[in-house]
Write a protein that binds this ligand. Structure first.
Ligand code: NAD
Ligand code: UDP
Length: 313
């Protein structure tokens, strides 16, 4: 049985990834410090013979009893704007020291590595849709910078280790992903709107709601992560993973209101958040061509499943 390490494995995306890898027959070690998650996400996996949990901070020296992982997925980092602005130093460290620790592990043990980056490295993009070749338009000195710039550092550190130490690593730039196990209070737009619809509280839209995002259902994203890791010839490559269907935030509010029902009114703040990207949509031609990957879940279908999860939990 091959061994896989998933850092950030107790998080929203990580817990789905651990589950899928176990289904595929891998032995999974999940490393997490619960900074932005809880044990609830992995409760059902604890005690299974092919699941090991290690409570640790990836930014500190790694003390893993088995260091012989065939594959390492590095996801540990706060991801929601509310979380990374609450934990800016932890975010800097998870993506800098944490990534360096994981790169060293890969160098020493020959593990194949996947680094989770983000569409945020494109900042408020001047190119639309965003291709992997776009360098981005990012502020180094603002509320989103701790996340954006530390992810950019993580990408650069990975480049250095590939070139200098010949490790087998690939980077995925994840675009907005949603689905069951997103924290209800993580402040992201999908969870906020669903909770507002279920509680009958107003949807609070920043600005005039004309800013866009492209939302990928978590099962599709996990499928992409697995293909990026296990497809031959992907070392040294960068892939956008996301759903190219683009929606304004106003469209999203109306869709959630229609599916979830309820009587929530929609309030507009009139002001956008500082450095808020106005448009975001991945060009996924590369993932489609090289990995034979594309998302299958329409936003309406994914929202229905997510709303169901929130109602039952
Ligand atoms: P999440 O907050 O649910 O999961 C992150 C996990 O990492 C949590 O379990 C957290 O406790 C853990 N973690 C944070 N710092 C750690 C540290 N120092 N040591 C060990 N564990 C640590 O977020 P998510 O949405 O599941 O995001 C997972 C990854 O995907 C992140 O790297 C994020 O940047 C990336 N990503 C997510 C999205 C998205 O829309 N969800 C978009 C782009 C990129
Ligand atoms: N947003 C909003 N109302 C909310 C939460 C978010 O209007 O309750 C907006 C936010 O200003 C941004 C977009 O929705 O323009 C996506 O925000 P989110 O925090 O989900 O993630 P981001 O894509 O900005 O990282």
């Amino acid at each position: 049985m091959q061994n896989v390490l998933v850092t950030g494995g107790a998080g929203f995306i990580g817990s789905h990834l651990c589950e899928k890898l176990m289904d595929l027959g891998y032995k999974v070690t999940c490393l997490d410090n619960f900074l932005t998650s809880s044990k609830n996400n992995i409760e059902h996996l604890l005690g299974k013979p092919n699941f090991v949990f290690v409570e640790a901070d990836v930014a500190k020296p790694l003390n893993l009893s088995s260091r012989s992982f065939d594959f390492v997925f590095h996801l540990a980092s706060p991801a929601s704007p509310i979380d990374y602005q609450n934990y800016p130093e932890e975010t800097l460290l998870a993506n800098s020291m944490g990534t360096l620790n994981i790169l060293k592990l890969a160098k020493e043990t020959g593990s194949k590595l996947l680094i989770a980056s983000t569409s945020e490295i494109y900042g408020d993009p001047l190119e639309h849709p965003q291709k992997e070749t776009y360098f981005g338009n990012v502020n180094t000195f603002g509320p989103r910078s701790c996340y954006d710039e530390s992810k950019r550092f993580a990408e650069t550190a990975t480049y250095v280790y590939i070139r200098k130490h010949d490790i087998d690593a690939r980077i995925v730039r994840i675009f907005n992903t949603y689905g069951p196990r997103m924290k209800k209070d993580d402040g992201r737009v999908v969870s906020n709107f669903i909770m507002d619809a279920l509680n009958g509280t107003p949807f609070k839209i920043d600005g005039d709601g004309s800013q866009t995002r492209s939302f990928c259902y978590v099962d599709d994203l996990v499928d992409g992560l697995i293909k990026a890791m296990f497809t031959e010839g992907t070392s040294g490559e960068v892939f956008n993973l996301g759903n190219p269907d683009e929606f304004t935030i106003k469209d999203l509010a109306e869709l959630v209101a229609r599916i979830a029902g309820g009587e929530s009114e929609i309030l507009y703040s009139g002001e956008f958040r500082e450095n808020d990207p106005m448009r975001r949509k991945p060009d996924i031609t590369k993932a489609n061509t090289v990995l034979n990957w594309e998302p299958k879940t329409k936003l309406e279908e994914g929202l229905k499943k997510t709303i169901e999860y929130y109602k039952n939990n």
